[in-house]
Design a protein around this ligand. Structure first.
Ligand SMILES: NC(=O)c1ccc[n+]([C@@H]2O[C@H](COP(=O)([O-])OP(=O)(O)OC[C@H]3O[C@@H](n4cnc5c(N)ncnc54)[C@H](O)[C@@H]3O)[C@@H](O)[C@H]2O)c1
Length: 332
């Protein structure tokens, strides 16, 4: 019988034992203020400097989170020596130019960069950023922070304990609607995959412990949709046959009736099956098929997981190792 005991302390992300590395935040927009900085405050991290081209965003970050210094001038920010980690929260299409500037200026204290996702809008740009940071000796991590969300961490822990035996099938269903006329989401090309679809593919790799050999995808347009790209897709992941596993991500982001929105994962293994949502994980095991173990998950993906991903980068920098979700891994 495998160990089914799970407490919040097991799966909720926690700061590293030494959380003294200093953070400089570049880009103080929506996600920086609503998730990064809230999590850093809750985790006790030190944010020493901030930069945003937009003075209102900068001011909101400085005032809202007690950050001691800030500027709207990127060159001035990059000349500082009061941060060890640069938290890069600009958009994917802006990222390469900014990373080139960071590497050229090489802030004197800089040891690691945590880049928001999607790393880039073109693969060649992503490769270039990874290579630039490797050449400069800067640890580079992509903020695929979904891996640190409490329910996702609970699942990973149960998998590591072998609760499901050999996992042969991972199925992800995501149903909601972001097809709001005039919104940034509907104007963004391929928004479904570059915005949050990228998290679900990263989670498939995380849960499978392997990268698909190839993927096959279908997508459809919907009559009357506002978005410039399809909002409904299904991606089938094909792995090396000897791994004996398959995965599917079904993402319908134009469901007309909120009643049937949902976020569900099913993982099936030789020893049992598991269902997971944002707040609950249910495990059933083949040797006691009439029983189920229900975990009511404490904590939340936003903002808590952002404390977990930053903590992972701190641990990696301190240990001189590559972080999980490092840039080279993210290229996969
Ligand atoms: N990991 C997640 O779950 C998650 C969630 C939401 C957004 N994001 C990602 O975060 C990134 C930012 O999204 P957002 O919603 O915060 O956008 P936003 O537009 O609200 O913020 C971006 C900020 O970057 C600033 N900026 C741009 N170029 C700059 C430069 N050269 N120097 C200084 N400041 C600069 C802008 O002025 C703006 O304030 C995107 O890549 C997005 O996909 C990730």
């Amino acid at each position: 019988m495998t160990d089914l005991q799970l407490t919040p302390a097991d799966y909720r992300p926690a700061p590293p034992p030494d959380a003294t590395l200093r953070i400089g935040i570049l880009g103080c927009g929506n996600i920086a203020r609503n998730a990064h900085l809230r999590a850093y405050r809750d985790f006790g991290y030190r944010v020493t400097a901030a930069c945003d081209l937009n003075p209102d965003s900068l001011r909101a970050a400085l005032d809202g989170f007690g950050i001691p210094w800030g500027t709207v001038d990127l060159a001035e920010f990059l000349a500082r020596n009061d941060y060890d980690i640069l938290d890069l929260a600009v958009h994917g299409h802006q990222r390469l130019a900014v990373v080139e500037q960071i590497v050229a200026a090489r802030p004197p204290g800089l040891r690691g960069i945590l880049s928001q996702k999607p790393l880039a809008m073109r693969y060649a740009d992503a490769e270039r950023m990874v290579a630039l940071c490797e050449q400069a000796g800067i640890v580079f991590m992509v903020n695929q922070q979904a891996r640190w969300a409490p329910s996702h961490r609970a699942v990973k822990l149960l998998l590591e304990r072998g609760v499901l035996g050999h996992v042969y099938c991972i199925t992800h269903f995501h149903r909601q609607s972001q097809d709001v006329a005039g919104s940034w989401f509907t104007a963004l090309e391929n928004a479904n995959i570059v915005d949050h679809g990228v998290h679900y593919l990263d989670l498939i790799r995380h849960f499978a412990g392997a990268t698909p050999l190839r993927v096959k995808a279908v997508a459809t347009w919907v009559p009357g949709q506002h978005a410039v790209s399809p909002m409904c897709h299904c991606i089938a992941c094909e792995f090396e046959p000897s791994l004996e596993i398959m995965a599917v991500s079904y993402f319908n982001n134009i469901v007309r009736t909120p009643e049937l929105y949902g976020y569900d994962w099913y993982l099936d293994g030789t020893a049992g099956s598991l269902k997971m949502g944002y707040n609950e994980v249910v495990v059933t095991q083949a040797d006691s098929p009439l029983e189920k173990v229900v975990y009511r998950i404490q904590g939340s993906w936003f903002p808590e997981a952002f404390g977990g991903s930053m903590g992972e980068l701190m641990r990696a920098v301190q240990a001189g190792r590559e972080p999980l979700t490092n840039g080279r891994d993210n290229l996969k």
